[in-house]
Design a protein around this ligand. Structure first.
Ligand SMILES: Nc1ncnc2c1ncn2[C@@H]1O[C@H](COP(=O)(O)OP(=O)(O)OP(=O)(O)O)[C@@H](O)[C@H]1O
Length: 300
């Protein structure tokens, strides 16, 4: 069923490059005014999906609806989108200041005062040619454009990887503060899942071109538990459960299981001397996209 508050709606979408199927028949929706994480391993299809959603590439099959229409060569749709990526090209003669000066031509919601604050915070040398900026400074330019554009639909395809830990934290803090004042839809692609975990409201995990998780972040956070203790007690407690991961040393074992635990099961674990540990979003996604998991499940 199509959600009326969906800003993106994708049906049976595929993208093939010769024999490579980068996006494999995916269906999903993106709600308005929500921060999404688009997560997955290298080569999973994240960038390809973003290129399709922003009209920068053609689908091989399936349909894409963004703000009610196809994004391809559609100025009404594209004027509401900001796509920030590390490989962004700028005209040869551009200095950093030219990027910020030209941004209002593309983004109707551009906030020049906010951009100036960010330029100061990220220490961007405005007069330096873009080609001479360090990797981190170039990332900062992208991040500032992405934040100050206040586009109704903003994609960040890992442009902040060049930033150091302090600058990344500034980005996360500024994004969250500005988002609460000016709600919009943000889709972040990242490998630094633990860092962005608290920002995310909804998580899409793509693995080998397929969406394998499409879930509210809060629901996902409580959806797995690691059980640790003696091997015999762990085996008894986890019997019949979906196992995501298992480790054992000598007589001790640690097993990650999928699904919520009832109060009764928690009490049972405590009585059996078992420790129940929450699983971080990053661990959960690593467990879900790691092929050795399947080997483990098969042999468990
Ligand atoms: N133009 C292309 N020609 C051929 N194969 C391509 C092309 N673009 C992407 N691919 C392939 O499609 C798959 C998905 O690539 P994509 O860049 O979307 O992955 P990603 O999830 O963004 O990866 P990463 O996290 O490493 O950036 C990969 O196997 C990649 O090699």
């Amino acid at each position: 069923m199509t959600d009326t508050s969906a800003v993106v709606s994708v049906t049976a979408l595929s993208k093939r490059f010769g024999s490579v199927t980068a996006v494999d028949s995916v269906d999903f929706e993106v709600r308005e005014n929500t921060i999404y994480g688009l997560l997955g391993r290298n080569g999973a299809g994240k960038t390809t999906l973003m290129q399709l959603l922003t009209g920068q590439d053609f689908a091989s099959s399936g349909s894409i609806n963004v703000f009610g229409a196809s994004p391809v060569e559609n100025p009404d749709v594209l004027s509401q989108i900001c796509f920030i990526k590390e490989s962004q090209k700028y005209p040869d003669e551009f200095r950093a200041k030219h990027v910020f000066k030209s941004a209002p031509w593309f983004f109707t919601n551009w906030d020049a005062a906010f951009a100036e604050e960010l330029i100061e915070e990220f220490n961007v040398p405005l007069n330096r040619p873009i080609k001479k900026l360090s990797r981190g400074q170039l990332s900062a330019v992208g991040v500032i454009v992405g934040l100050a554009s206040r586009a109704p639909l903003t994609f960040f395809d890992e442009p902040y990887l060049g930033l150091d830990a302090v600058a990344r934290q500034i980005f996360y803090d500024r994004l969250l503060a500005d988002y609460s004042e000016h709600p919009r839809t943000v889709i972040l692609s990242t490998h630094l899942i633990d860092e962005v975990s608290n920002l995310l409201e909804h998580v899409l995990v793509i693995d080998q071109g397929r969406i394998i998780i499409d879930e509210e972040a809060d629901a996902l956070r409580g959806s797995a538990t690691t059980v640790a203790g003696t091997r015999a007690a762990v085996e008894r407690f986890t019997a019949g459960r979906t196992l995501l991961h298992s480790e054992s040393i000598g007589g001790l074992a640690s097993v990650t299981i999928q699904g919520q635990l009832s109060a009764f099961e928690r009490a049972d674990a405590a009585d059996s001397g078992l420790e129940l540990l929450p699983v971080s979003l990053q661990q959960l996604i690593v467990r879900s996209t790691n092929t050795s998991t399947h080997d483990f499940q098969a042999s468990a």
